[in-house]
Design a protein. Sequence first.
Length: 320
Amino acid sequence: MFYIGKQVFLAVVFTMYFAADAAIENEFRILLIGKTGAGKSTTGNSLLGREEFTADVSDESVTKYTKSARGTCNGRHIVVFDTPGFFDTEDDNAVILQEISKALTFPGMHSIIFILQIGRMTAEEQSTIEIFMDYFGDEVSDFVSVVFTNKDRLQNANTNIKDFVENKVKKDSPLGALLQKIDNRYISLGLQNTEQDVHMIIENVYNTVRNNGGRFYTHEMYTDAGNRQHEREQMDQKRKEEERNKKKQEIIAKEYRIQKQKLKELETNQEIEALGQEREKLNDRRKQLEVKRQEEIDRFNEEKRKLNEKLDEKMLALFE
């Protein structure tokens, strides 16, 4: 019977453990995000070297659910996740964020590539960036790169991506803010991705992994960011409700002061009989105002309760 010592046994176990761990971390997980038609599926296919994801140049999204595929790119094992596009006609952003959340349980992404078309950004695209940063949180900036597609337009205009970013992207815009947060990690691709384009993407992914020390963006980070966003939305809604309530209370209080002042002025009137009648009317009016004020307060509280219930239901649906 062959016998090995305890120390040798532990050494073998640790070697097997770290070898397995190294193999896992050698596999880069890449999440593709962007608006419908920006080129997510095409970029994913270029990285995999095969037609794995269905691509369509129209504005109608082909990807309805998050899909993943494994492959090898430049000698590195990769898993590419293709996500539904923001602002689809059939799916709202809450459903899309829920799909992305499922992908983050994989257990996480080494690189998140935000794909945008070169050209004038629409209000929807700017809003997409804001939604992305709001729901993914500040921590995501360490893992994000931007890939601009359709660089052929720049070549036809005798310019390049650097000039486009410096001269066309406003620093105070959502895209400008995003590029600043991610230290201008961006590249550009043509309509037909070349081997050089693919090499730039995977090299960019590798640099992201190296700069983060192998860390990846986790589902826990996403959940924490979502909770913070939910709290901000609730606080903002509460603030707006309080402002509306305050304005209405001020109107009621002002009317009450006016009526009180009228009563005070009437008390100086020598016409005792008229004064008594007016006082009675004012007292009745004051009582009505008090009743109305209480009714307004009760109604505001009920609306607030219903709104909070709706917000809670939406958040439950978001993270189911």
